[in-house]
Design a protein around this ligand. Structure first.
Ligand SMILES: Nc1ncnc2c1ncn2[C@@H]1O[C@H](COP(=O)(O)OP(=O)(O)OP(=O)(O)O)[C@@H](O)[C@H]1O
Ligand SMILES: [Mg+2]
Length: 352
């Protein structure tokens, strides 16, 4: 059998009247991949997912599933399973009837249908809840019911739009891990919309970062985290966000708050932005003099807000009690942890 679940999106744009919800995006998803669409609110993630589902048609561009052009196909003729944030369960039907719904639509024989519903319910551990109605389930159980309804179709492509956002924090973490295991065990391709970068970083094999109706970067979470290609992405991926400090180039050497940094770029002069992640900043006795403004104790680590003559930075350290508010310290970071961006264009600059 050839692998199912290959998705190719070519120059797809979507206008809603005058609003360009999507300005032309390209991406390619491999069979079995967990692919996240990540971005701030209004950046075009749900628009993209709805186009993949066939719920909307693109203004231009093509969508291919397993090499076949499906751009003009309606939702019911695309073999995809969808899970929305709002679950969209039918309140008057039992869990069993909700899960069976796609099979009813496809006129699946009764005995086969019963087996497949039981099987799907077992995969998400709700087989004991089949005779209840959605209103008699917890949020997490409703979410599983929606997942079972997707599983029952035996589709090679799962489209999920913020499926965990209605769950409380603890359940969200548990369900997140289960979802990843489930996707692996089913061997399906998953396209997963989220505005939560932590969710994308933990779940995705690769992700596309959306901003203002465009994809600004595609890569594995590790790649995007290690080499954000612009100031915008650098500030969006990572929590707390990367420190971004104004600096300038002097003969190709970045100069921050009057101090040359130990690296060079090809470009000779100009305004730049120096980025350093909070976890890459060392607080100690050597480096640039700084003052501890605030300590945010997170239990087994802490975030320190520091001011120095180049501005404000945040550092993550292992010991909340290591430094006190008001204390004079020094901060330093390694050359390998420095990200450089052109201040005007926002583009990443490569070290020479
Ligand atoms: N039916 C519509 N008519 C007009 N504008 C729309 C329509 N649907 C979406 N938009 C606009 O298109 C842009 C992208 O919307 P989309 O729903 O894709 O964002 P999103 O990235 O999913 O955001 P969120 O994280 O808030 O769900 C937004 O500016 C939105 O207001
Ligand atoms: Mg959305």
């Amino acid at each position: 059998m050839t692998a199912r679940g290959h998705v190719k999106v070519e120059k797809v744009a979507k206008l809603h009247g005058q609003v360009a919800a999507l300005k032309g995006v390209d991406f390619d998803i491999r069979p079995g991949e967990f692919f996240a669409l990540l971005g701030p609110s209004g950046s075009g993630k749900s628009t993209t997912l709805r186009l993949l589902a066939g719920l909307d048609k693109p203004t231009r561009g093509r969508i291919l599933f397993d090499g076949k052009d499906v751009t003009a196909l309606d939702a019911q003729h695309r073999d995809v399973a969808m899970v929305f944030q709002s679950y969209a369960l039918y309140p008057h039907m039992t869990v069993r009837q909700n899960i069976a719904f796609p099979l009813e639509m496809a006129k699946t024989p009764k005995t086969e249908m019963a087996e497949r519903v039981e099987d799907a319910a077992r995969k998400v551990s709700i087989q004991h809840l089949l005779d209840r109605r959605p209103g008699q389930l917890s949020g997490g159980q409703q979410q599983r019911c929606a997942l079972a309804r997707a599983i029952v179709r035996r589709s090679g492509l799962f489209l999920l739009d913020e499926p965990l956002s209605n769950l409380d924090a603890k359940l969200r973490l548990e369900t997140r891990a289960e979802l990843k295991k489930l996707q692996r065990s089913l061997g399906v391709t998953a396209v997963y919309v989220t505005h939560d970068q932590e969710e994308a970083l933990t779940l995705a094999d690769r992700m596309a970062v959306f901003m203002e109706g465009e994809i600004r970067q595609i890569g594995s979470p590790a790649e995007v985290f290690a080499r954000p290609n612009s100031i915008d992405i650098a500030g969006f991926i990572g929590s707390p966000p990367m420190n971004l400090m104004k600096a300038r180039l002097d003969n190709g050497t970045p100069v921050l708050a009057g101090r040359p940094l130990p690296l060079r770029v090809k470009q000779q002069a100009g305004e730049i932005v120096v980025g350093v992640r909070p976890s890459a900043i060392t607080i100690g006795e050597e480096g640039m003099p700084a003052r501890v403004d605030l300590v945010e104790n997170l239990g087994d680590n802490a975030i320190f807000d520091l001011s120095f003559d180049g501005g404000l930075v945040r550092a993550r350290g292992p010991d909340p009690l290591a430094f006190a508010e008001g204390q004079q310290v020094a901060i330093s970071f390694d050359a390998k942890d420095i990200h450089l961006f052109d201040a005007a264009s926002g583009h990443r600059l490569e070290a020479a």
